[in-house]
Design a protein. Structure first.
Length: 254
């Protein structure tokens, strides 16, 4: 299974390289991965590095409260922030609370060992759905505490399939799971993991912080003026149809 997984990872990297001239996201990912090792070299020799990994921008909002807490209570820590997707990296590549922001290298055993030979994190936090067998294996081999935060587990994931034993074993590297709901905790229990805590979604901490610091957005205030009900939806997946009635209307804004 490890062999097949490694072939799949390399095949994905090849597809990204081939698609780069024709697809903007593939181009950004391909170019960004070329900069990983140069960026990581800035942390070589540092003894107090905390690694936060997010797939994309939504997961960053879940990891952000952790970064902010670290900088508030242990400001001497260096923060490594990695992304898998260009939609996260391109927006947050200049995030000022992180000392280094870069892409996650493809999950090969070679890359995992190279990363941990350059950066020696004292702990690692992977957000939500991010489970990478080779990286997890190397973190365990190097005795680096690994925490899965705001994680969600569902019955259709590989961990809970009869053919997913190898992926399930990679979870042994996780020191503690901070899951979003009881269902996730029960699923972990079914496969022998009791090292979890139902901690909710850290994105709520971020939403509260945004509300507490909110200022009026003129264009939003103009749009909503006089309305009894306003609905704003973003990143809706899967596509949904919403039917509702409003008691006041206005001409469309130019």
């Amino acid at each position: 299974m490890h062999f097949l997984y490694s072939i799949g990872v390399r095949f994905f990297s090849l597809i990204v390289a081939l698609a780069a001239p024709f697809n903007e996201k593939a181009k950004l990912l391909h170019q960004g991965r070329k900069e990983i090792w140069q960026k990581l070299s800035a942390l070589q020799g540092e003894s107090s590095v905390v690694w936060i990994h997010c797939a994309s921008l939504g997961e960053f909002e879940q990891g952000r409260p952790v970064i902010e807490a670290l900088k508030k209570y242990v400001p001497q820590k260096k923060i490594l922030l990695t992304f898998f997707s260009p939609s996260g990296y391109e927006v947050r590549k200049n995030y000022d609370l992180a000392d280094v922001v870069c892409y996650l290298p493809s999950d090969t055993r070679h890359n995992a060992r190279r990363l941990l030979s350059v950066v020696k994190p004292e702990s690692a936090f992977f957000v939500k759905y991010e489970f990478w067998p080779n990286l997890f294996g190397e973190l365990a081999r190097c005795n680096v505490p690994l925490y899965s935060i705001s994680s969600i587990f569902r019955e259709n994931q590989l961990f809970f399939k009869w053919y997913g034993k190898w992926f399930q074993e990679s979870l042994n590297a996780v020191t503690r799971f901070y899951v979003q709901d009881e269902t996730s905790g029960k699923l972990l229990q079914q496969i022998g993991f009791k090292n979890y805590e139902v901690a909710g979604d850290t994105r709520f901490d971020r939403v509260k912080a945004i509300v507490d610091a909110a200022t009026e957005v003129p264009v939003a205030a103009q749009f909503a003026a006089g309305a009894d009900f306003v609905l704003v939806a973003g990143s809706t997946c899967p596509p949904m149809k919403i039917c509702f009635a409003v008691t006041s209307t206005r001409p469309p804004m130019a």
